[in-house]
Design a protein around this ligand. Structure first.
Ligand SMILES: O=C(O)CCC(=O)C(=O)O
Length: 327
């Protein structure tokens, strides 16, 4: 049996916990002889044993997450949307950051110049002729293949045309290119009160701009950082799924599920029965609101109008081994 994709399918099935006997039957139905299947399974025995152990380990970890999710549901604050004023930083750490609990905050920009931003106003700050990088023409997930450069004034004119579109969007991943162009904006957003951000050179840059028209969509994913997501202009709809519910998301490969059903958050309950255990939280945010998206929480974000948002990952806080969350 030399077919590599068939071998990969077998490995994946074993990793997902399917029984050898079931694989044997499927292979025989696919046209392999009993002898061929037996030889393959004998040759692969050491690998099969390792995969079975790996499955058992993942199963135990997922059971632990499910148990923690079950316990947390006992706390009314776990899934409740309660919009409050941004608390003093120590309180924020205790009530949101350390317990990995999401939060919706209002009036975060009251002391910031950024509260006055409109797309046209950014032109004066960034420069009309400044070249910026955006995503353009994407057909699925974002990626470098969609990076395009454009004059900032042309970008703003496209935004002002008010045609809902996911065709062009400046996102966090365009940060390397846009870093110096957007530097003048950064100091206008950092004063959100009581020392939330690390402002030393390396860290202060971890503020990423998302600027685009109505209908931009960032499909379901998680990040390996705690995020304070500040909505500066326009409105966005956000769907959030707690980190503890990841065992119900059929995600074995990436921080973005490859499956389109999940990207648009419309999973078919017949194909994905465990999804019924997921309790998504849905919230709209507008100018001056911020969302705390704790590390590992899944999110899906759509703009309901032309929008400017800033993802801040330079929050003060513990230095957890977040690299461990990367697949
Ligand atoms: O606003 C968006 O489109 C996406 C933001 C996001 O997913 C993030 O900051 O991780």
């Amino acid at each position: 049996m030399t077919n590599i994709s068939l071998k990969q399918w077998m490995a994946k099935s074993l990793q997902n916990g399917h029984q050898i006997a079931k694989l044997q039957n499927i292979l025989i139905k696919t046209g392999f002889t009993k002898e061929e299947v037996e030889k393959e399974l004998t040759d692969a025995a050491p690998y099969i044993e390792t995969l079975e152990k790996m499955h058992a380990k993942i199963f135990r970890r997922e059971s632990l997450l499910k148990t923690l999710d079950y316990h947390l549901r006992g706390l009314p604050s776990y899934l409740a949307i309660e919009k409050v004023k941004l608390p003093p930083f120590e309180q924020f750490l205790e009530e949101y950051y350390y317990p990995n609990r999401f939060g919706v905050f209002s009036n975060v920009l009251d002391n910031c110049e950024a509260k006055h931003w409109t797309p046209r106003m950014l032109l004066n700050k960034v420069g009309t002729d400044t070249i910026v990088q955006m995503q353009s023409g994407k057909t699925g997930q974002y990626g470098v293949q969609y990076d395009k450069q454009v004059k900032f004034s042309d970008f703003i004119s496209m935004m002002e045309a008010t045609i809902p579109s996911d065709y062009f969007y400046i996102i966090g991943d365009n940060y390397d290119f846009n870093h110096s162009a957007f530097a003048p904006l950064r100091k206008e957003i950092e004063d959100i009160g009581d020392g939330y951000f690390v402002l030393e050179d390396k860290e202060r840059n971890k503020q990423f701009f998302f600027i685009g028209p109505e209908s931009t969509t960032t499909t379901l994913h998680y990040d390996n950082a705690d995020i304070l997501f500040i909505q500066v202009y326009g409105r966005k709809h956000v769907l959030l799924i707690p980190a503890m519910q990841v065992p119900y998301l059929y995600n074995n490969s990436d921080k973005y599920p490859r499956n389109g059903d999940f990207g648009a958050w419309a999973p078919d309950p017949e194909r994905y029965p465990n999804v019924s255990h997921v309790t998504p939280i849905e919230v709209d945010i507008g100018p001056g609101d911020a969302l705390f998206i704790p590390v590992g929480w899944w999110h899906h974000i759509t703009s309901l109008s032309a929008s400017i948002s800033v993802r801040c990952t330079n929050l003060k806080g513990g230095k957890a081994p977040r690299k461990a969350l990367l697949d």
